[in-house]
Design a binder for this molecule. Structure first.
Ligand code: F3S
Length: 283
């Protein structure tokens, strides 16, 4: 029996950094600690933090009611107005925005400040995209589909700057750039897609094509885990989507001689190791 573990699995750099920031803050103590949204799409991590007194703030209204404590901003980042609001309320915050997302904030702030209309290739309701929009100082449009790109129009002399949500599909971004570029605007294109997602998907696809069963570990709300599952399922019919070891029972699958394991960006190492042990014990 062979177990193949993906090398690119579990927390990406930005998520690890954000989760570590919360645990560091818990250790430091001193006043209530909040995260603006769950720090990671993983129930176990959020529950563990809750047990240590960390509360999740769900929306702006809840945020506005805070009068003390420290708010940790997660890897997705937030718009400028959220930081300003906290400052006005006298609530301190620790910015754990992933540096790759922060870089996009800086780009759109600068380019919109110099008069460019910002285009973001991404999902308009994703918190990262909402945050990026919140750093624009002028017009901004979010393009999620190629059709939206086709339909995009602005005054002929408009200058554009196109960036991407860090997890946007690279091939779709290329197509989108091609469509917008043909329209003849003065345009700056910056590929701000983060390599972590693509590397993970490419490796998972390769492993899934080589094994009898594939296990994808991650929270059910994690979109990058869902995507990994879809990719693996296409390569390997016996693909299992699990959140923790107890969700998995391979004992009935007698013809399995090799198992691959990967995990979404929101899955802690501890859970991946437990699953690995569980698989070895079952087979
Ligand atoms: Fe950052 Fe890339 Fe992860 S942008 S949060 S390292 S997927």
């Amino acid at each position: 029996m062979r177990v193949k573990m993906a090398k690119k699995r579990g927390f990406c750099f930005g998520v690890r950094r954000a989760v570590d920031t919360v645990y560091d803050q818990v250790q430091k103590g001193g006043g209530p600690i909040y995260t603006y949204g769950p720090i990671v799409h993983n129930e176990q991590v959020v529950q563990d933090l809750e047990a240590r007194g960390v509360r999740v703030i769900r929306d702006q209204e809840e945020l506005e009611r805070l009068t003390e404590g420290t708010v940790i901003i997660r890897a997705h980042g937030v718009g400028r107005s959220v930081c300003e609001k906290l400052e006005r309320q006298g609530v301190s915050y620790v910015d754990a925005t992933c540096p790759f997302v922060k870089k996009i904030h800086r780009i759109v702030e600068r380019e919109s400040g110099s008069g460019r209309h910002i285009l973001i290739a991404g999902n308009p309701s994703h918190p990262e995209v909402e945050g990026i929009q919140g750093w624009c100082q002028g017009p901004v449009s979010v393009l999620e589909s190629l059709e939206e790109a086709e339909n995009f129009v602005a005054f002929p002399e408009t200058k554009l700057c196109l960036v991407a949500q860090t997890t946007f599909n690279y091939n779709k971004f290329k197509d989108l750039v091609e469509i917008i570029s043909k329209k003849g605007y003065d345009i700056i294109v910056l590929n701000t897609i983060c390599g972590a997602t693509e590397e993970r998907q490419t490796e998972a696809k390769r492993i899934a094509s080589e094994v009898d069963a594939m296990i994808v570990i991650g929270g059910k709300n994690s979109s990058n885990t869902q995507k990994l599952f879809e990719i693996c399922k296409k390569e390997c019919e016996n693909t299992y989507y699990i959140q923790k070891p107890v969700d998995l029972d391979l004992r009935t699958a007698s013809s399995i001689r090799s198992v691959g394991i990967t995990a979404g960006a929101s899955t802690p190492n501890k859970i991946i190791e437990e699953v690995q042990k569980h698989v070895r014990n079952q087979l």
